[in-house]
Design a binder for this molecule. Sequence first.
Ligand code: PLP
Length: 394
Amino acid sequence: METIYLDHNATTPVDERVVEAMLPYFTRSFANPSSGYAIAAEARRAAEEARQAVALGLGATPDSIIFTSGGTESNNVALKGVVLANMERGRHVVTTAVEHHAVLHTCEYLRDRLGCDLTIVGSDPDGRVDPVDVGRAIRDDTLLVSVMLANNETGVLEPVSEIARLCRERGVLCHTDAVQAVGKVRVDVEELGVDFLSLSAHKLYGPKGVGALYARSGVRFDPLCHGGAHERGRRAGTENVPGIVGLARALRIAIDGIPSESDRLAALTRRLEDGIASRIPDVTIHSHKAPRIPGTTNVAFHFVEGESIVLALDMEGVAVSTGSACTTDTAEPSHVLAAMDVPPNTAQGSVRFGLGRHTTEEEIDRVLELLPGIVDRLRRMSPLYRKASGAHES
Ligand SMILES: *Cc1c(COP(=O)(O)O)cnc(C)c1O
């Protein structure tokens, strides 16, 4: 049985063309780019061409691109690096309640270990952050505002350019976690007006363990890794040349595909949402009216556990998730849905569908064929549902 993979927000398969582009840098051109001989120059050139390509893809200059081990590291460097380099100016950081844990937990660390003051701005019921709320949170001692571009659980796009404009007016740095947005919607650092932007290769059909941080030229931040002079002293450690080459190739392919893919994914997502809403009673499609990246939808099936749906679909060869891959070990309801004032029971019944490049109409239809039976079976076992439907009938 072929797996129907609908968890592209957790990770994506590596594109064959990306693998092809990477292969020579494992074997033939394996040299350390910092070395002095000819094959090292080859590796060095490949990494620098990749830097130019990534910069071009983001509307940035090559010297503002730092290669990292992924989205988590990029977020950590932006947040901790800015605080460590500018602590004498203030220690206040502003972020939002819907951020990925790679931002939220880093901010909590800055608060608990470095004495930072943290303001966590909430969202509306659709998961949208209001720039006015962010503006109100900014103080004279604010160093940095961090707001994600697209949410990994709901796909909601945040008004980052408006927030970055407010930051600039107030002389505050602005970071965006764009891991879920890059390669799905057009992302241009100048249009956004941000000072820092994080991205990750494995969310856009590139390899795991490599990403990039855009850091606007002249903006001060400390490196987290000290050692050699790699990445112009901003991230020590021998470059992951195959990964860097893979990231650049994957980004190019994803960006070139946006015009056709975004329409195709939006149509498939609509097919899935309409299909669910017409076949299954008592469902809520989260953030239905909000601007979202194409391909992500998060649906609450009332009176059942999302986790039970995930397991039942898994037995049929369909891979979906209840939200952030990092929280599957914990029984805690999603902090993102909680921030949207979704009641805990509804949040527990929510499932995230992340469609991707290889998702077909047939796959969506197969899921629509399976879901009503699964939800109905689980509901018939649910005392909550019996009570609620009993109440309807009497
Ligand atoms: C996946 C993800 C991350 C973490 O990226 P890694 O490369 O897996 O470390 C950060 N932020 C968001 C929004 C993500 O979806």
